[in-house]
Write a protein that binds this ligand. Structure first.
Ligand code: DQA
Length: 151
């Protein structure tokens, strides 16, 4: 069974309260519940975790090696600052999809830079909670493709 790890970065625990005009009204718990339903429907195993701490996210990426087939990550503000998260993704060599609720390219200039973009399989940005849904589907599709190439 395909195993997907969903990681949520800093301040995403404030969804539903935080800048609703930008991030929508769904809470993180609601987003995760919807992803669990999607995982059931797709027949994959999914675990979702949130941290406000860069080091904890790095550790979780490292620990994902051998335990998960792909990562779907919203690095939040660390997208624009973290070489450590980029190096972590490179070090485990797990296919990773970068997702953002908002369209980061329509916002402040500093949000246009992603340290992750160069090491992920793709980026989904601007679809609200649906970005995660699309990200999980993209990760599943990618892993299926990689597995059928091996067979
Ligand atoms: C975000 C966009 C980031 O620029 C921001 O720092 C976030 C959330 C998004 O999902 O749209 O915290 O990753």
């Amino acid at each position: 069974m395909i195993r997907i790890l969903v990681l949520h970065g800093p301040n995403l625990n404030m969804l539903g309260v935080r800048e609703q005009e930008v991030y929508g009204s769904q809470t993180l718990a609601e987003i995760n519940a919807r992803l669990m339903k999607l995982a059931d429907a797709e027949g994959v195993a999914l675990e979702a975790k949130h941290s406000n701490s860069e080091g904890e996210l790095v550790s979780w990426i490292q620990e994902a090696r051998g335990r998960f087939d792909a990562i779907v990550m919203n690095p939040a503000a660390y997208t624009h600052t973290s070489i450590a998260l980029r190096d972590a993704v490179l070090s485990v060599a797990l296919p990773t999809v970068e997702v953002h609720l908002s369209n980061v390219y329509q916002r402040e200039d500093f949000r246009r830079q992603s340290y992750l973009a160069g090491v992920v399989i793709g980026q989904i940005s601007g679809f609200g909670a649906l970005s995660y849904h699309l990200g999980v589907l993209a990760a599943i599709d990618y892993v299926h493709g990689a597995q059928s190439k091996k067979a």
